[in-house]
Write a protein of this length. Structure first.
Length: 313
């Protein structure tokens, strides 16, 4: 395989926005992109955590060009401010929509805009950011997918879990929506003759306990969590390696729009990043078209691929 995640092609002169870049997969993607020479903009909610991440990246990548912009994917008003700031910073070559809620609450909660928290944040917040940043996005957008979509069948009529709420179901629904958006964006780009790309990536079975140490960023777990992580080593990997598919989707010049990157092993849990399959329901044009219309309705933001030159107001 020609792609070497430990020896990335130079990204000098390119700008990458990573949402949720202060922790987890987002942190490692940010560090690896900075090491490749990219200017990295970490879009994150908590400024102190972002400051710790930036300090860590600069400690491990001397001379790294990395900065922070505030970002709250559970508030459309906040997303608008983030998009405006990104435009003022000169736009971006790549937008990595990594941020998201991984541990859903036991009971249904809503965003500032009244949307179910998981779908409203993980999906609608990123749909809004992508729509608003797209006029100043030069190359591609990468969504963070999940194999949870293989475990739960999506219900488009109850995507916001109004009829029934189950924590993992809501999380899987949010990832079905992330997948559907990425594939629908790819179809619309192709139909419009737009050379920009829409891709997906997932980290496999990635754990902090198997990652390199980053004091202040990767916090120590309890002893039993650390033990479980190490016992899972034969089938899992650190989040530093889990970031590899995200980074490849973000910068591989040969990557094609519509591709879905994940770990190489037969179960998609660990290994070097390669192209893999998506769940058929998430990738269907019917699902994508309906999802797009709902996202415009929920966010209040029309997404036109013809607008360029500045962020949507």
């Amino acid at each position: 395989m020609s792609w070497d995640p430990r020896n990335l092609p130079s990204q000098a002169g390119r700008t990458v926005v990573v949402t949720g870049g202060s922790t987890g997969i987002g942190y490692w993607a940010s560090e690896q992109l900075a090491r490749a020479g990219a200017r990295v903009i970490i879009a994150a909610r908590y400024a102190p955590k972002a400051a710790e991440a930036i300090a860590s990246i600069r400690a491990h990548v001397p001379g790294a060009d990395v900065t922070h912009v505030p970002f709250d994917l559970t508030s459309i008003a906040a997303v608008r401010k983030t998009a405006t700031t990104i435009a003022e910073l000169g736009g971006a070559d790549v937008l990595v929509n990594n941020a998201g809620l991984v541990f859903p609450p036991p009971r249904r909660k809503t965003t500032e805009d009244g949307l179910e928290l998981l779908v409203g944040g993980n999906f609608v917040g990123h749909f809004a950011l992508t729509a608003l940043v797209f006029p100043v996005l030069r190359d591609r957008v990468v969504g963070l997918g999940s194999y949870s979509t293989r475990m739960v069948r999506v219900d488009l009529d109850d995507l916001m879990s109004v009829k029934k709420y189950r924590p993992f179901r809501a999380y899987a629904f949010s990832k079905h929506a992330v997948h559907g958006f990425a594939f629908e964006l790819d179809r619309r780009l192709r139909a419009a003759g737009d050379a920009r790309k829409s891709l997906l990536a997932h980290p496999g079975y990635a754990m902090n306990e198997l990652s390199e140490k980053r004091p202040g960023v990767i916090t120590d777990s309890s002893w039993w969590v650390r033990l479980g992580g190490h016992l899972s080593a034969p089938v899992g990997q650190g989040k530093d390696h889990g970031a590899w598919p995200v980074v490849r989707a973000a910068i591989d010049a040969d990557a094609e729009s519509g591709e879905f990157y994940g770990p190489r092993d037969m179960f998609g849990l660990r290994g070097a990043p390669v192209v893999g399959p998506a769940v058929a329901s998430s990738a269907s044009p019917e699902f994508g078209a309906k999802l797009w219309a709902l996202a415009e309705q929920w966010s209040g933001i029309p997404f036109s691929l013809t607008q360029r030159g500045g962020a949507v107001s």
